[in-house]
Design a protein around this ligand. Structure first.
Ligand code: NAD
Length: 388
């Protein structure tokens, strides 16, 4: 393409957590330029962020509505808008941006409720705009390799999936001690029906479905709130049944002291098993029956021969670790290339289309609501709703 893809942003003000990760990742491959934003709920902080980013002050807005209105009047409006606000804002902002003609990259969980998610899927279909959802963990090269090994039958029929995402940062009531990140995450009006289960359980569920190619069909869950006075769960445990009959275990926690971001997955098939750890993301452990354990390492030529998608998601040679920022960038580069394909009037390739979208967003919201429904009926087995 002769120009960069133009990005605007909602959220990601000076004190925000994930907004700066988006900006760094979007810029990593030089295909995207950040030109506009309504960066903060406080307009003064939005302007401060614009100054920190050396943006044209006329493109730093007080509200996202103002950004939509003013950008549409420009000869060079942004092509897409990233939404990195607390969850309650995702639906109204995505809905307005798509209807105004912008492509959207949205943070997870996609919406506040499943109803909103189903509605947003319709809007994406009706507008025909490109919609990306930032499930960053499925963008690691070794996760793409794992998915391709399962697809190619290397571990046979998938029988069992164990997935975990423990953290420990919410062991104290820091939502009442000035942490803005904890405050909205533990408030159902801003976070939705799930606390920990929505915040990180959705990443674990998405990872299990991505790697296995299966769908979670039924859930038996327990959600617990350990910290007194907290309104939402801070610990989630579930048994899963997948659509091919496979069984699963999922646990997510934000009160597991000492755990940082210990997302990990084990996929067991009738011929072999795979194991991946987010805190050691450059390796995939592969086990076959009656064979020594193999460790596949990112960046080697044999990875690309097995999984072109994994090779495409790799920037630097073996032995130099890649991780979190690069995974965000992998979603951004595929998303931007898909937008570029639209601009160039060509069909995007299969690999360019390899980023999570509205389907995964709807499944994420169905997962949260089913976890909550099962947990509130004393761990009764509960089917995911039929929303397709
Ligand atoms: P945060 O509280 O640190 O930052 C939120 C930002 O959004 C703040 O700058 C706030 O002022 C701004 N904001 C709120 N409402 C706004 C509005 N109406 N218009 C403009 N700006 C607004 O939150 P965070 O931890 O960065 O999380 C943001 C989102 O990202 C959440 O949906 C969260 O679930 C998601 N997240 C995803 C990952 C991941 O790994 N994919 C990691 C962290 C957070």
């Amino acid at each position: 393409m002769k120009r960069k893809v133009r990005m605007g942003m909602v959220g990601g003000g000076p004190a925000a957590f994930i907004g700066e990760v988006h900006r760094k990742a979007a810029r990593l491959d030089g295909k995207i330029e950040i030109l506009a934003g309504a960066f903060d709920i406080d307009p003064a902080q939005s302007r401060k962020m614009g100054e920190m980013l050396c943006l044209d002050p006329t493109r730093v807005y007080d509200t996202y509505q103002q950004m939509i209105e003013q950008e549409l009047k420009r000869p060079d409006p942004v092509d897409f808008i990233t939404i990195a606000t607390p969850n309650k804002w995702h639906f109204p902002i995505a809905n307005d941006c798509l209807k105004a003609g912008f492509h959207v990259m949205c943070e997870k969980p996609m919406t506040l409720t499943l109803n909103e998610a189903v509605e947003l899927k319709k809007v994406v279909e009706q507008t025909g705009k490109v919609f990306g959802l930032m499930h960053n963990y499925t963008a690691y090269p070794m996760v793409k390799l794992a998915r391709d090994m399962v697809r190619q039958g290397d571990i046979g029929k998938v029988l069992k999936i164990v997935v975990q995402y423990p953290q420990g940062w919410l062991i104290k009531p820091i939502e009442r001690e000035g942490s803005p990140q904890a405050a909205w995450r533990t408030d159902p009006k801003q976070s939705g029906a799930g606390g920990c289960v929505g915040d990180i359980g959705t990443h674990a569920a998405n990872l299990a479905e991505y790697v296995s190619g299966l769908k979670i069909q039924e859930i038996c869950a327990e959600l617990t709130t350990f910290v007194a006075g907290r309104q939402l769960d801070d610990d989630a445990n579930a048994l899963l049944r997948f659509n091919n009959g496979a069984r699963g275990l999922l646990h997510a926690s934000q009160i597991s002291v000492g755990q940082e971001n210990n997302l990990a997955i084990w996929v067991h098939g009738d011929k072999g098993s795979l194991e991946w750890h987010q805190e050691d993301p450059n390796e995939l452990v592969v086990c076959g029956m009656d064979q020594p354990v193999q460790v596949w390492r990112r960046g080697n030529d044999y990875i690309g021969r097995k999984s072109p998608a994994a090779a495409r998601a790799t920037r630097i040679p073996f032995g130099h670790p890649e991780a979190f920022l690069e995974a965000f960038a992998n979603n951004y580069v595929n998303f931007a290339d898909t937008i570029a394909a639209r601009i160039e009037n060509r069909a995007p390739t299969e690999w360019e289309l390899d980023f999570p979208g509205v389907e995964q967003g709807v499944r994420g919201m169905a997962f949260i609501e089913t976890m909550v429904a099962s947990a509130s009926s004393d761990a009764k087995w509960t089917c995911l709703p039929d929303f397709e």
